[in-house]
Write a protein that binds this ligand. Structure first.
Ligand code: TMP
Length: 205
């Protein structure tokens, strides 16, 4: 039986990576032996290219193809093999990040960037079984990014407002798959809610 694919999504500073770490440390979740992974990938040619592209003033279309190449690499090398082995996969960011972020960066290049990017993925990606959207006001998330230092070009208020809206519209379009998490609460309460929901989903036949 194919494993389950769970993804964590949200704008920069939404706190999802910290929750991903907490899920990884949770013994009840570890008992299911899931594969924890992330996008952009690390230590791969495509992941390194994406990291560089974010640091530099890269053309937005070129950037889309780098993120898409990294998604393809991630899918082929990590996600598909694990799911095929019957293991569940928990990924910190996945294709919805590409739809939401590049759906905004390409607004001035394409007529309908979201549909175009979705079509680009349609025939080969694997749609997640469950997606947590860590929803937070960018005013709060940007402040968190500032406190972390090293602000990237995506961590800007106006940009993240639009990305948040696009993430929310993706979630409203597919309520069966998405669970929207209020990420402005205390981390302990977010961790509790997400852990319970992940466990409930992993236990489901
Ligand atoms: P990270 O902060 O989760 O490491 O992600 C790096 C940045 O890349 C973050 O600002 C979100 C952005 N991103 C995209 O623009 N498109 C994508 O497809 C992915 C996976 C991330």
């Amino acid at each position: 039986m194919r494993g389950k694919l769970i993804t964590l999504e949200g704008i920069d500073g939404s706190g999802k990576s910290m929750i991903a770490k907490k899920l990884q440390e949770n013994p009840e979740i570890s008992a299911f032996d899931p594969v924890f992974t992330r996008e952009p990938t690390r230590d791969t040619l495509t992941g390194i290219a994406v990291e560089k592209a974010i640091q530099l003033d890269t053309d937005q279309l070129a950037e889309l193809f780098l993120f898409t190449a990294d998604h393809a690499e991630h899918l082929a090398k990590t996600v598909k093999p694990a799911l095929g082995d019957g293991k569940s996969v928990i990924s910190d960011r996945y294709s919805d990040s590409c739809y939401a972020y590049q759906g905004i960066t390409l607004q001035n290049n394409l007529k309908n960037p979201l549909e175009w990017i979705k079509n680009l993925h349609r025939d080969w990606t694997i749609v997640p079984d469950l997606t947590f959207l860590f929803d937070i006001r960018p005013e709060i998330s940007v402040e968190r990014c500032w406190m972390r230092g090293n602000q990237s070009k995506f961590e800007k208020l106006e940009f993240l407002r639009k990305v948040r809206e696009l993430f929310l519209s993706l979630a409203y379009e597919d309520p069966e798959r998405f669970i929207i998490i209020d990420a402005s609460r205390f981390p302990e309460s977010i961790e509790k809610e997400v852990t319970e929901k992940v466990l409930e989903f992993l236990r489901r036949k």
